[in-house]
Design a protein around this ligand. Structure first.
Ligand SMILES: [Zn+2]
Length: 60
């Protein structure tokens, strides 16, 4: 079985992040380059966004 790898740019540092056919929407991926957490916002096409930071204080 062939796995298609799609290369998407990290939204934080611009490094190439490889996603394959098993990647699901909402999945969290660590960028190997900057170490930040990325969320798969969409799978068709693959779109990444910076994952929400749980520790962040939004002033509530
Ligand atoms: Zn990165």
């Amino acid at each position: 079985m062939t796995t298609t790898v799609t290369v998407v740019e990290c939204v934080v540092c611009g490094a190439d992040v490889e996603l394959d056919g098993t990647t699901l929407q909402g999945e969290l991926i660590d960028c190997d380059d900057c170490g930040c957490e990325l969320e798969v916002a969409s799978v068709a096409p693959f779109t990444l966004r910076e994952a929400p930071q749980e520790a962040e204080d939004w002033g509530q």
